[in-house]
Design a protein around this ligand. Sequence first.
Ligand code: ZN
Length: 189
Amino acid sequence: MTGDNLEAARCGVRSLLEAIGQDPSREGLIDTPKRVVGAMLEMTEGYGMNPKEILERQFEGDGYQDLVIVRGIRFASLCEHHLLPFVGTASVAYLPDRRVVGLSKIPRLVECFARRLQLQERMTHQIASAMNEHLKPQGVGVHVTATHQCMACRGVRQPDADMVTTTVLGQLRESASLKAEFIAATHNR
Ligand code: ZN
């Protein structure tokens, strides 16, 4: 973001504060536009991350041919309809076709798609598609559970409701037993 863009973005936050009847020059709010813009930039850093690069380093699985599941990956994303956070956990599974990736790469991949303006449905699908495209396993499963502040704090005001989305591709879609193994693993944490 250029200096001009940055100032325009801060100006926008000042206008928003004025629109809700606040004086942006009072002590508590004086640095708020700067902080809000900074937080927005941080929460959209995923646009600068490349899923292909994240999954680039792969190695032989030495004959391991069963499900690999990484569970409980915490993430925070921004709902693109309200610019309010949705926060939750993701579980990512794949059935290797010889090649495997390092364990830490999968949370990085989740972060790459979470740190964007998102819909939970789309994010779930993007994580699965990226695994499929760049690792080429025999199957992929992604399961995401999240609470959305736009549903908790406004609108229907349901702070305890969460949203669950699942995408299964390849063998995890075709084989009922593999899909069941994946779903069971996501529930038995
Ligand atoms: Zn929303």
